[in-house]
Write a protein that binds this ligand. Structure first.
Ligand code: NAD
Length: 515
């Protein structure tokens, strides 16, 4: 079978006429059941198979119940649900689905089991049938080994819950025919999803680029720089729906640790992806998160919920002698607040730092360098990415700052309307550090041809609900700014974790302009 012939066949059967294109879903667990639902909703006759007898029928019964609830709430018409359900047939034998045009596999996450399934299926389905795996971590290239037609195997990575999550990563291994990947891409769109092409590399797009969201939080906690509730609040302040600690508690530390380890191992133990001892301890202690009743937070009934430092309604510490540094929307907003409060100030728009100066304090937006490396009367505060979602803001005084100086910094931030949270004085505080690392990881993924910039943005927004894509943040910041933060981290920690992506360096050179 030539890839081109397959592509035409595939396009004709699967994309243009769903009713004529039978889909086989193998594995009737949480993902398989969702994939069967989405395929049936798009009009395909669907066979559902599971190695455990009765599992496919059980999944269909569960689906009936959940869709009946949607009908009762008026969210889906009863006849559409009846049609959808009638299109799904549990099968007890793979032979019963020999005429399938597409197989989507969602069985146990094990290379040998998946290879064995594909080899078994190749003897059953026709030569023009496309084979798609929903694996979240196994190499598509490795999985194709032993197939007679490895060019028809592709990754079709859905996100949980499948009917609700819009993203599908279409993953190509070395053997995958481009026409097959393009066909599955078009099909996913027909199923109402947003498809993004990815090259088969560890973690694909989402599970790779998301690593620093957890890793930087774990590193900060490991160093006892701050607490989970502060970390979560700081990141929610820039629009994340969940902070990293509550999200890890929801995913389960066992699952998250397993993914971290698999990405670390698959990258030949690159320190960038090194798991945290803290994670290991939580897993070893059975503190798996919500599902075990305790992780970073305690979910027991009546357990005290940790609180943030309360908002401070401070007076402006001075009425004159104030200078605002830098030319940014945030400094414009601060200027308006000062003016409204009748505080006399001047502006230095050409300054090489951003923030506020008085005769006794420099209150500087982080450029990566800790306050302690900048002087005694210095405090740093975190970056914001417009629009500021909440007023929670991390800040840190120099270790040499007097108590009066630290109090002054806290009072300015309070008077400017922030719920300021003091953290340890390490490079780039919380938000700047995390976002710089997310951008750096995405930059490497683009450099290595894993995905495009747009693909990375879409994947992170739709696969894990990020408030913006990594390259949206980069556009609001600058390659120079991100590099400065990464270099400050690298100087402070020394190691491979914070090495700058070559792609970012090239961007920064490109922005220099001139000769
Ligand atoms: P699950 O445990 O809920 O379901 C797996 C099902 O496959 C089970 O019903 C099991 O009986 C069946 N099965 C196992 N081996 C089989 C075989 N050889 N032939 C037929 N059926 C077999 O797992 P899940 O969460 O639905 O995950 C399935 C796949 O989807 C995995 O590859 C996983 O990595 C991937 N995935 C999971 C998620 C998620 O959030 N759960 C997200 C994306 C991708």
């Amino acid at each position: 079978m030539g890839a081109h012939a397959m592509s035409n066949e595939f396009k004709k059967n699967l994309i243009e006429d769903a009713a004529q294109a039978a889909v086989l879903v193998v594995g009737a667990g949480i993902m398989g059941a969702g994939i069967a639902q989405v395929a049936a909703q798009a009009g395909h006759p669907v066979s559902l198979y599971d190695v455990r007898p009765g599992a496919a029928q059980d999944a269909l019964t569960k689906l009936q119940t959940s869709l009946a609830a949607l009908v009762a709430k008026g969210k889906m018409p009863a006849d559409a649900v009846a049609d959808l359900l009638a299109r799904i047939t549990p099968v007890a034998d793979l032979q019963d689905a020999a005429r399938s045009t597409l197989v989507v596999e969602a069985i146990v996450e094990n290379t040998e089991a998946k290879r064995a399934l594909w080899q078994q299926l190749e003897a059953i389905v026709g030569a023009d049938c496309v084979l798609a795996s929903n694996t979240s971590s196994i190499s598509i290239t490795a999985m194709a080994q032993g197939l007679r037609h490895p060019e028809r195997l592709v990754g079709m990575h859905f996100f949980n819950p499948v009917p609700l999550m819009k993203l599908v990563e279409v993953v190509s291994g070395l053997h995958t025919a481009p026409q097959v990947a393009d066909g599955v891409f078009a099909l996913a769109q027909r199923w109402g999803k947003v498809a993004v092409h990815a090259r088969s590399t560890p973690g694909f797009i989402v599970n790779r680029i998301a690593r620093p969201y957890y890793a930087e939080a774990l590193a900060l906690l490991h160093e006892r720089s701050t607490t989970p509730v502060v970390l979560d609040a700081c990141l929610k302040a820039i629009g994340f729906r969940m902070g990293p600690c509550e999200l890890m508690d929801l995913i389960g530390h066992d699952t998250n640790f397993a993914v971290t380890q698999s990405v670390y191992q698959a990258n030949f133990f690159d320190k960038r992806y090194m798991p945290s001892l803290l994670q290991r301890e939580l897993v070893d202690g059975g503190l798996l998160g919500r599902k075990s009743g305790r992780g970073m937070y305690d979910y027991a009934e009546g357990a005290a919920k940790p609180q943030l430092a309360a908002p401070q309604t401070a007076e402006f510490p001075a009425r004159s002698g104030v200078q605002l540094h830098g030319n940014s929307a945030r400094m414009d907003a601060w200027g308006q607040l000062l003016a409204a409060a009748g505080v006399a100030f001047s502006r230095d728009l050409q300054s090489d730092w951003t923030g506020l100066a008085t005769p006794t304090l420099q209150l500087r937006q982080t450029d990566g360098r800790p306050a302690s490396s900048l002087g005694a009367n210095v405090a740093v505060f975190d970056m914001a990415f417009a629009p500021e979602g909440s007023r929670v803001l991390a800040w840190a005084p120099s270790v040499r700052a007097s108590a009066a100086c630290a109090d002054e910094a806290q009072a300015w931030l309070g008077a400017l309307g922030y719920q300021a949270q003091q953290v340890a004085d390490q490079p780039a505080l919380v938000v700047a550090r995390t976002v710089a690392m997310l951008i750096n990881e995405a930059a490497d993924a683009v450099q290595q041809g894993v995905c495009t910039m747009d693909g990375a943005n879409q994947a992170m927004k739709l696969g894990v609900n990020y408030p913006a894509g990594p390259f949206d943040w980069l556009a609001a910041w600058s390659a120079h700014g991100v590099i400065a933060v990464l270099q400050a981290l690298d100087t402070y920690y020394a190691g491979e974790r914070y090495r700058v992506s070559p792609w970012l360096r090239q961007q920064a050179w490109g922005q220099l302009g001139g000769a």
